[in-house]
Ligand binder design. Structure first.
Ligand SMILES: Cc1cc2nc3c(=O)[nH]c(=O)nc-3n(C[C@H](O)[C@H](O)[C@H](O)COP(=O)(O)OP(=O)(O)OC[C@H]3O[C@@H](n4cnc5c(N)ncnc54)[C@H](O)[C@@H]3O)c2cc1C
Length: 440
């Protein structure tokens, strides 16, 4: 069966003039465009890629985690030092509003065991398809016009039109340079991870040159490189035998910048370079900050969280009756082969032979993490346009008529649906900010 295209294709052959230009067709830009279109505003959305929402579609591959069902007050704390700002956006579009909005597109959602909210089919494509259909053919308002393969090159000059202030933006499109005149500009350019999907962070020097306060983009929800003793990385044996193996049901303890120890149970994955996975992502902001300050961070893994240290020790002290240590650890203590391999990786032969030392390591295996994996591999970015540079409608204070939304703003959150919810909510806030600006 032939797939319907996810976008309306348009190539500009004449200079364009419109009320609002949205640059970036991720969830933030699309939500802003929806607000404007519903209010009857002539909005043109430009994206560098051949189709919109590529990262959103990728998010759907492992199961699209749209939002989270925990109480709003708790939800808000996930945004750390930006809790108050993001909490304000969530008033415009709460997690429940996200579910209602998806339902309005014909996409039912359910709350999973971890309180995470997913579409019933777990996929992103049906939602995006229905969304684009509604943007192109709204019941009321004005259809959004999409311009794919149009990359904004950073140029945006002031230009008056009939006495009203406006902007002239330059795009590089299939037919070369294309200038567009508009009253307001909404930038929703994404962060800096997975650049091949469109959000490459190239906007950073452009906006910095305009004097915008920026915090450098940094990896968030990312994996980390390990060092064992003075050696960077795992041993060749561990890397070859165990890379890609999940460490299930472990408890990770890590320090934050304030010196508190945070402990959480979950699952991570032993990678070629170190560790990644949801448990590590949950710790990643703290780990990244401590590494930036101290050069490295030591985390501890409890490989047998439901056993006390005494119980582990008692078992290790029993006579082995000719069984190998590996057999005792697997059959007696109930460790998985990857756990046993990790113990052999970190402990010396002498330490493995001491029941007390071994039991302590099983309950709190120290691992040294030395750097986050590169930004491009991360799920999301920390850093971006500082919120202090923006007003309540997400307009750049020093650049009237230019708004920003989504992951390009300076906030971060763990995985769990918080990222998409904040992108959608900030898109709505910025869209409403543009409406107020146009009617002022
Ligand atoms: C593997 C993976 C899984 C994820 N899973 C989830 C999940 O389950 N739940 C969740 O909440 N979040 C998830 N996320 C994060 C989420 O997808 C992003 O936070 C979200 O897509 C960001 O939305 P955005 O609109 O700000 O930017 P983006 O979605 O990155 O969109 C930005 C758009 O701007 C365009 N653009 C950039 N520069 C230019 C330019 N100069 N000119 C024109 N166009 C430009 C890009 O082409 C792109 O289309 C996941 C991310 C990844 C990588």
């Amino acid at each position: 069966m032939q797939q319907r295209p996810l976008h309306k294709f348009s190539i500009l052959s004449v200079p364009l003039s419109c009320s609002v230009v949205v640059v970036g067709g991720g969830p933030a830009g699309l939500m802003a465009a929806e607000v404007l279109s519903a209010a009857g505003v002539d909005v043109h959305l430009f994206d560098a890629m051949p189709s919109v929402g590529r990262k959103f579609l990728l998010a759907g591959i492992g199961g699209l985690n749209l939002t989270h069902a925990e109480p709003l007050t708790l939800f808000q704390t996930r945004f750390r030092e930006r809790a108050a700002d993001c909490g304000r956006w969530l008033k415009a579009l709460s997690p429940q509003d996200v579910r209602d909005w998806a339902a309005g597109l014909g996409i039912a959602t359910f709350v999973g065991t971890s309180q995470r909210v997913f579409p019933t089919d777990m996929k992103a494509a049906p939602l995006l398809r229905a969304w684009l259909q509604r943007l192109r053919h709204p019941q009321g308002g004005v259809p959004v016009t999409f311009h794919m393969r149009h990359r904004w090159d950073g140029r945006c000059h002031p230009q008056e039109d009939a006495g009203a202030p406006g902007h002239r933006l330059c795009f590089q499109g299939p037919q070369g340079e294309q200038w567009v005149h508009t009253r307001a500009v909404l930038l929703a350019l994404g962060g800096g991870s997975w650049a091949r999907l469109g959000s490459d962070g190239a906007w950073q020097p452009w906006l910095a040159a305009r004097g915008l306060g920026l915090s450098p983009l940094r990896p968030a929800n990312c994996g980390f490189d390990v060092a064992v003793g003075s050696r960077p990385g795992w041993s060749t044996w561990l890397e070859q035998q165990m890379a890609g193996t999940p460490l299930k049901g472990v408890v990770l303890s890590w320090p934050n910048l304030q010196g508190d120890t945070i402990t959480r149970k979950g699952e991570c994955v032993l990678t070629r370079h170190g560790l990644e996975g949801s448990l590590v992502y949950a710790a990643s902001a703290d780990l990244r900050e401590v590494i930036a300050r101290d050069g490295q961070v030591t985390v501890h893994l409890d490989l047998r969280p439901d056993w006390t240290l005494d119980r582990v020790l008692a078992l290790l002290q029993r006579p082995r009756g000719g069984r190998s240590l590996a057999k005792v650890l697997r059959g007696g203590v109930g460790l998985a082969p990857v756990h046993v391999a990790l113990l052999h990786e970190v402990l010396s032969r002498e330490e493995l032979a001491q029941p007390g030392r071994l039991a302590t390591a099983i309950k709190a295996l120290p691992l040294t993490l030395v750097r986050p994996r590169p930004l491009d591999e991360a799920i999301s970015s920390a850093g971006g346009v500082r919120l202090e540079a923006l007003d309540d409608g997400l307009m750049v204070r020093e650049w009237p008529g230019v708004f920003c939304a989504g992951e390009m703003l300076d906030w971060e959150a763990p995985t769990g649906g918080y990222l998409l919810t904040a992108c959608l909510a900030s898109g709505r806030v910025a869209g409403e900010g543009v409406l107020r600006y146009l009617s002022a």
